[in-house]
Design a protein around this ligand. Sequence first.
Ligand code: E4P
Length: 218
Amino acid sequence: MKFFADTAEIDAIRELADAGLLDGVTTNPSLIHKSGRDFMEVTGEICGIVDGPVSAEVVALDHATMMREAEVLRKIADNVCIKVPLTIDGLKTCRALTGEGTMVNVTLCFSANQALLAAKAGATFVSPFVGRHDDNGFDGMDLIRDIRLIYDNYGFGTEILVASVRHVIHVLEAARIGADVMTAPPAVIKSLANHVLTDKGIEGFLADWAKTGQTILK
Ligand code: E4P
């Protein structure tokens, strides 16, 4: 499963990329606002750190203006992936952009039928939001299971990008189901490394090592 960081914070992106844990980045208007950075500038900087797709979202609601915004955004770097909302205009924009060889992430997906439309529109990625789904009393992982089943039934090439990931169990479940990608806040990605027995094991080994009186570095 590919790991994308759901953030526009440069330091956090660099830290994960340096650890070899990053296959891409997703941003959205709220994350850009949170970063306090200029959209074009920070997107360019992220594209320089990560080789994989960096999602940058259009904010227009009509197809013609989405295309004009996408034209500006895709000039930032070759690895920019244009993010469009799951609306009819967004899908039309998706079809046009992927037809021109541009990666597209169809976002704000909350149903398997919507995901079916994204695949039919030739999306590179579809982003079902599991956390927001859970927040509203639905099981986000049921949605991922349904989309996996439907995409496999027909051999759709659109990658399932599990989004709105809030905790490590979301990551585990997404991997079990066979989602292609998950995007999560850097803190969630880092917390995948946590285990109380790992900490306890290190503590025990270091205590015994100290008793040997030896050092590795002379
Ligand atoms: C996906 O691309 C979105 O940026 C993101 O996952 C939304 O997550 P949230 O529901 O935590 O805002």
